[in-house]
Ligand binder design. Structure first.
Ligand code: FE2
Length: 303
């Protein structure tokens, strides 16, 4: 059973435990989230000139569109204001920012009608972020920057919570990926040849669940949840912000969701920054996670 907790007044610890059990948390737009969306809308509009960013793909060749995103996305990620809005969101939602570490926020786009679904705007097949070296205690945060609808949102596949899927995660190593594939995303316009962990058995993608919030509404979910990019047929590009958090106590105690099928190695542990002073996690924690986490066979069969 899955529950969506809406604007729940839960303590940080209880909320994390519920998230590790696969529950979802949704929050109405808070002040910092709305400010972050306004800032992001402005940045996006600057890059698309006078065009409406959600329909700009109708007015330009795909190469030109990809070039705009290739410039826009890193600018957003590395903008100092992006981090401070994020710190504000954590504070407003009652996360212990002394113990919570986040990675830099990303700006995502899902264009409509298969206009651009590779490289810089990769359309994700069903996956868990834990197939991509995310620790089992990682929480994913997601919010729309412009209005969205079910046809251009993100989909959850809740029947795969706690249920193993044959997949290619054993070929994935976060450190190798960063060294080779990540920084050339902009060159994959027609096909994407980068090797990614994918399901290796037929999947039932229905029933699926899509969460639609207003601009700046926030969705938080476990990195072990199976989710995908909805094939967008709305005519409008979806722009969203996502980022990830971990709690240092849970990392040290190896708490988190069960590992039913993630066999990747490497770790993004050096990407996370402390909510207060942006300091990194220790080498000790990096070493705990760099070789991956064993699959918990017993827990899987107990589900
Ligand atoms: Fe994901």
């Amino acid at each position: 059973m899955h529950t969506v907790f809406f604007d729940a007044q839960k303590g940080d610890l209880e909320r994390r435990e519920l998230l590790y059990q696969g529950q979802l948390f949704v929050y109405s737009p808070c002040k910092s989230a709305l400010e972050m969306c306004r800032f992001t809308q402005h940045l996006i509009r600057e890059h698309f000139g006078g065009l409406d960013p959600t329909t700009a793909h109708l007015k330009m060749p795909v190469e030109e569109y990809a070039a705009i995103l290739t410039e826009l996305k890193p600018k957003f990620i590395h903008h100092p204001e992006s981090k401070s809005y994020l710190q504000g969101i954590l504070r407003e939602l009652g996360f212990d920012i002394d113990k919570t570490y986040f990675d830099v926020p990303r700006l995502r786009t899902a264009t409509s009608d298969n206009y651009l679904t590779t490289g810089i705007a990769y359309a994700f097949h069903p996956h868990r972020d834990t197939w991509y070296s995310a620790p089992l205690s990682q929480l994913n945060w997601w919010m729309p920057v412009f209005d969205i609808e079910p046809g251009n949102a993100m989909a959850f596949h809740p029947r795969y919570w706690g249920k193993a899927v044959k997949n290619g995660s054993s070929i994935y190593n976060y450190q190798d990926w960063n060294a080779t594939s990540r920084f050339n995303a902009g060159q994959f316009i027609k096909v994407d040849t980068r090797v990614q962990p994918k399901p290796e058995e037929p999947m039932e993608i229905n029933p699926q669940m899509r969460v639609v919030t207003n601009i700046g509404g926030i969705l938080i979910f476990s990195a072990a949840h199976m989710h995908s990019t909805v094939p967008n047929d709305t005519g409008k590009t979806r722009f969203s912000i996502d980022f990830r958090t971990v709690n240092i106590d849970d990392l040290l105690a190896r708490k988190g969701a069960k590992n039913v099928d993630s066999a990747c190695t490497g770790t993004p542990m050096k990407d996370y920054l402390r909510g207060t002073d942006l300091s990194q996690l220790s080498d000790e924690i990096y070493s705990m996670y760099v070789n991956g986490t064993p699959i918990d066979e017993e827990k899987e069969s107990a589900m």
